[in-house]
Design a protein around this ligand. Structure first.
Ligand code: ADP
Length: 472
């Protein structure tokens, strides 16, 4: 089958979070299963763009509102990612350094989607599936079915994967002319609570909707940032498929970012060398259990609870624990976390920003990874941590609930808690320190973690089954 993935992010071209990891891996594994999976994304001005060779495969133009835009589709020439990667360049709109957070994001992503559909409409043949990801590409199923210029694409089945339903791409009806002329009778597909809601529109128009874990799918029916009723109504076409991880990119055996490579046979030594790198760079104590947090510093991740939880833990445990934080997000949380650098020298450090290399060393060198998320559609960090022998401490929600079992439960290997509260986090940190003291038990758990297979091989096939049901 020929599958076209459309996404705002794709690792290593441009990454802000888990969406990039998924779109950078899933097509590769689908190709390994004998299919032809391709990725189309905006041409962000990133290092990957400049470091690689591209060829122009298509040039055309479209009208959006009062403006006409020229667009160019370029393709990475060597297929080095294991799939064909296409980028859409629209002068002045897409060739920018950041992926998101511009004041004209609505216009940028509408233009991106129009360019993709316009390009597809000019192909000599039809792909078997168009698979869109999150709200930045969720208007595409609507455009293919209801926009007058493109409805000859209506027969191509579409799949929408929701990586995060918190962000829906809301746009006022005053921007309706950003969407190419559409059949007026279909306005109800665009509307949700008197605004154009691209994610809701994708849920209504895509042939199938997937979320990135089964538990998250169940949660969306009662907690979906305003879309609960829609998920209840469309339940029959929704399914949760757990994300995998790219075992080639995330492998302690040959990860080029980490200080020392290791396998299950020599993890004690290997993890210690990586931990040494972290302790040296951040002034921490190698003998103490090192708990890390990596991620966006936002409410969804309970980042606001970290300053209090860390302060309490260092006080209650009399400094018998170390912390290292890597992330960026809410300015207030960033400031509070940075302020702790001075209060707990030798016990705590934080790095505000995005640092791919450091994140890999943290997965490899830490003893525990903390994820107290309020909402976690799947979560990849806990799976990366497990692959590098780092014990996940997670709140039982979404994908965390589906991938981590408490070590005191049968078959378990992590530390789990139920509520996103400082108290629950503190209690779990106490349990972590206790476990760290029991070297025999910890070693058995690490071996168990490193043996768990969370690879894409399984999940990639689940998506193919969905495509096959739609195209028969
Ligand atoms: P999200 O909700 O942010 O997509 P996921 O757990 O699905 O969360 O994926 C997060 C991905 O982003 C992981 O690959 C993680 O290592 C990476 N990441 C998040 N924040 C940072 C950061 N500050 N520096 C480096 N990598 C980060």
């Amino acid at each position: 089958m020929e599958i076209i993935h459309v996404s705002a992010e794709c690792y290593p071209m441009a990454k802000a979070g888990g969406l990039a990891d998924v779109v950078g891996a899933l097509p590769k594994y689908q190709n390994q299963l004998g299919h032809i999976a391709k990725v189309v994304m905006p041409m962000h001005r990133t290092k990957f763009l400049y470091d690689n060779d591209w060829e122009v495969v298509h040039k055309s133009s479209f009208v959006m509102g009062p403006n006409s835009f020229e667009y160019t589709i370029i393709k990475e020439q060597t297929n080095k990612l294991g799939f064909d990667l296409y980028c859409v360049d629209i002068n002045g709109l897409l060739d920018r350094e950041k992926i998101y957070s511009y004041s004209d994001d609505t216009e940028r992503f509408c233009a991106f989607q129009i360019a993709v559909v316009d390009w597809l409409s000019k192909w000599q043949h039809r792909p078997d599936i168009v698979h869109v990801h999150d709200h930045h590409s969720a208007l595409i199923p609507f455009m293919m079915q209801h926009c007058i210029a493109y409805n000859h694409l209506a027969a191509i089945p579409t799949v929408l994967t929701i990586h995060n339903a918190q962000y829906q791409g809301w746009m006022g009806w005053d921007k309706q002319n950003y969407i190419p002329a559409w059949d007026i009778r279909s306005w109800g597909n665009l509307d949700w609570n008197d605004t154009i809601n691209p994610l809701a529109c994708g849920i209504k128009c895509a042939a199938r909707v997937t979320t990135v874990s089964p538990s998250y799918m169940e949660e969306l029916v009662y907690d979906a940032n305003g879309l609960e009723k829609l998920f209840q109504y469309e339940k029959s076409k929704c399914v949760g498929i757990l994300n995998g991880i790219d075992n080639e990119t995330w492998s302690p055996v040959n990860d080029t970012y980490i200080t020392d490579n290791f396998s299950i046979k020599n993890f004690e030594e290997g993890k210690l060398i990586n931990k040494k790198t972290l302790c040296k760079e951040f002034g921490l104590d190698i003998k103490k259990p090192l708990v890390v947090f990596i991620g966006r510093l936002v409410g969804e991740k309970s980042a606001d609870l970290l300053p209090r939880a860390i302060t309490d833990a260092l006080r209650d445990l009399d400094g018998a624990i170390n912390f290292l934080i890597l992330g960026s997000g809410d300015a207030n949380v960033e400031q509070q976390l940075l302020a702790l650098n001075n209060s707990f020298v030798g016990y705590y450090n934080s790095q505000i920003g995005y640092n791919e290399k450091l994140s890999h060393i943290m997965y490899a060198g830490a003893d525990f990874l903390l994820m107290p998320s309020r909402i976690e559609p799947c979560g990849l960090n806990q799976m990366y941590a497990m692959r590098y022998g780092t014990v996940p401490i997670v709140r039982r929600t979404g994908g965390l609930k589906d991938t981590v079992i408490d070590y005191e439960d049968p078959g378990g290997f992590g530390i789990c808690f139920d509520r996103a509260t400082v108290w629950d986090i503190s209690y779990s940190l106490h349990r972590a320190v206790k476990l760290y003291g029991d070297k025999n038990k910890l070693s058995k758990i690490i071996k168990k973690l490193m043996n768990i297979d969370n690879s894409w091989e399984k999940s990639a096939g689940n998506y193919i089954s969905i495509y096959q049901q739609l195209s028969t």
